[in-house]
Design a protein. Structure first.
Length: 117
């Protein structure tokens, strides 16, 4: 199993970014996918998730992400996306995608988002 995030960078407050996480090594469409983030000096926190397509593909978000972030998936490309709008300095963190397959959890390497003027 491999998860590879991309799309991070420096953005001004109020700006937008879209992160991608390309998955391989498992049947992507059958599994829920999650996004997490870890800010400097803080614990990793859940951002949101999208359930598998056979289960309906609905999304859930942590309160800080509601109304600003959108998670989507493209099963044909085995990719999950995190669209982030109205970014704030407190969104600065390393963002990770996660897959939980049976009893095992897999993480990507993370991508850095810095929100600063």
């Amino acid at each position: 199993v491999q998860l590879v995030e991309s799309g991070g960078g420096l953005v001004q407050p109020g700006g937008s970014l879209r992160l991608s996480c390309v998955a391989s090594g498992f049947t992507f469409s059958n599994y829920d996918m999650s996004w997490y983030r870890q800010a400097p000096g803080k614990e990793r926190e859940w951002v949101g998730a999208i359930i598998s397509s056979p289960a309906g593909g609905s999304t859930n978000y942590a309160d800080p992400a509601k109304g600003r972030f959108t998670i989507s998936r493209d099963d044909a490309r085995a990719t999950v996306y995190l669209q982030m709008d109205s970014l704030k300095p407190e969104d600065t963190a390393v963002y990770y995608c996660r897959a939980r397959i049976l009893t095992l959890t897999y993480w990507g390497q993370g991508t850095q988002i810095t929100v600063s003027s």
